[in-house]
Design a binder for this molecule. Sequence first.
Ligand SMILES: [Cu+2]
Length: 137
Amino acid sequence: MTRSRPLRAAAALLLPALLAACSSAGGGSGTPSTGATSPVQVSTVATSPTQSSAAALQVTVKDFVFAPASLKAGPGRTVTVTNQDTTAHTLTASDRSFDTGTIAPGATATFTAPQQTGDHPYICTIHPFMHGTLTVA
Ligand SMILES: [Cu+2]
C-alpha cells in the first residue's frame, strides 16, 4: 500500500489531490456526493447576511403593510421604498420630516433619513392605519 507519489508534488496539489483521491478511491460508495454539496452550502451562507450597514436601505409596501415595520438608518441615508401593492401609498413621517409623496402601484420612491437621531414614526397618509418606525442612529 506504499504510494510512490513525490511529497513535493503532493504538497503543492494538496487539496486537488485529496479530492481526486477521494473520488477515485470511493468507487461509488457515496463519498463524492458529500464533497460536491460543500461548495453550495458555503455560497448559501455567504449570501445570507443582508443587514449590513453598507447595504441599501429598503422598505417594501405590500398588503397595506410596511416591511420591515421598523428600520434603522444613519442620518441622511437614502431609503428606497417599493410599492408592491395594487393601490397607491405614501411613506410620510408623522412630523413630516420625510415624505416619499404618493407612490403608484409597482413604483419606487426614495426619502432621506433625517439628521435627528431617535425614533421617527411614519404612516401612509392615504391609509393612516398603516404605520412604521424609522430609527435614526
Ligand atoms: Cu397606503
